[in-house]
Design a protein around this ligand. Structure first.
Ligand SMILES: Nc1ncnc2c1ncn2[C@@H]1O[C@H](COP(=O)(O)OP(=O)(O)OP(=O)(O)O)[C@@H](O)[C@H]1O
Ligand SMILES: [Mg+2]
Length: 268
């Protein structure tokens, strides 16, 4: 059984209260994610990647279609507080815009305390909890003394994204939805963050939905790639077949824009 099954997912936004104008942000999208699988959603800006992610995270109600996580219909069958909490523990987001994920009035470690409170086996005392927080920060390459006690405006975008991944180390979710998780991180440390996600997959069997506009990056990290354009999936397959043998004209365009240095095979 697949861990996540997305079927005929559609989201239509209406613009303005009385207006008849609307945007079909996601159209009839279907895909599955297995245990330990890294699935990439790749596409240009506005292709519907974040909208798809928000529906999977249960932050935005679909117009139609279904999302099953571990066999449960997340929009129709998660009705009580306890099962919702369980869902939040098992499905976790690393967002494109780390600024939107933090409350400016609280120190940044609040987000790690929230993760600890979601744990099934919460640490028995505060000292143990702080140790867990420090360990998770070390894991993502941050020194706790640079982070603890700081407010969101006092740390960088890249540090914020790393803290989101530190949350994953505390929670060990079954599924991580990572929406451009390295957009704020300089190229030299990007590989480190990807490695952290891969390590989670290896050690915990975590499944990952990796969202990016960079097909070159998706080629290296994914087991399966879905290419999105204008809200639709236009191509799907394993990285070699999508990148080395694309069939849709849009995928060919994306392949053409992968910098040469990046390409592993000389014949791409
Ligand atoms: N709340 C909203 N109300 C109206 N339209 C929206 C809303 N959110 C997204 N859209 C529209 O839906 C479409 C898809 O947006 P989405 O954010 O999913 O794209 P994306 O693929 O994540 O792009 P990017 O790579 O720039 O992050 C866009 O046309 C966008 O303008
Ligand atoms: Mg987006």
């Amino acid at each position: 059984m697949s861990r996540l099954v997305v079927k005929n997912l559609t989201k239509i936004f209406t613009l303005g209260f009385f207006s008849k104008r609307y945007v079909e942000a996601v159209k009839n999208v279907s895909f599955e994610v297995k245990e330990r699988e890294i699935v990439s959603l790749v596409g240009e800006s506005g292709s519907g990647k974040t909208t798809t992610a928000r529906m999977i995270l249960r932050l935005l109600r679909p117009t139609s279609g279904t999302i099953h996580f571990e066999g449960t219909d997340i929009w129709n069958d998660l009705n009580d507080k306890e099962s919702l909490k369980d869902f939040r523990r098992k499905v976790h987001a690393v967002f494109q815009d780390p600024f939107a994920s933090y409350n400016p009035f609280y120190p940044v470690e609040r987000t790690l305390w929230q993760a600890i409170n979601l744990l099934e086996n919460t640490p028995s005392n505060k000292k143990e909890a702080i140790e867990l927080i420090k360990e998770s920060l070390f894991r993502v390459g941050l020194d706790p003394k640079d982070i603890l006690g700081k407010y969101p405006h006092q740390i960088s975008g890249g540090q914020k994204q790393r803290i989101m991944i530190a949350r994953c180390w505390i929670l060990r979710p079954l599924l991580i939805v990572a929406d451009e998780p390295t957009s704020m991180i300089d190229a030299s440390s990007r590989g480190g963050i990807i490695k952290l996600l891969e390590e989670l997959r290896e050690k915990e069997g975590t499944s990952i939905i990796f969202i990016t506009h960079d097909l070159g990056l998706a080629y290296y990290v994914s087991d399966t790639i879905y290419v999105m354009k204008n809200g639709e999936i236009v191509e799907r397959g394993d990285p070699d077949s999508v990148v080395l043998n694309p069939s849709h004209s849009y995928t060919k365009l994306l392949v053409g824009s992968i910098p040469k240095l990046y390409r592993k095979m000389e014949d791409i």
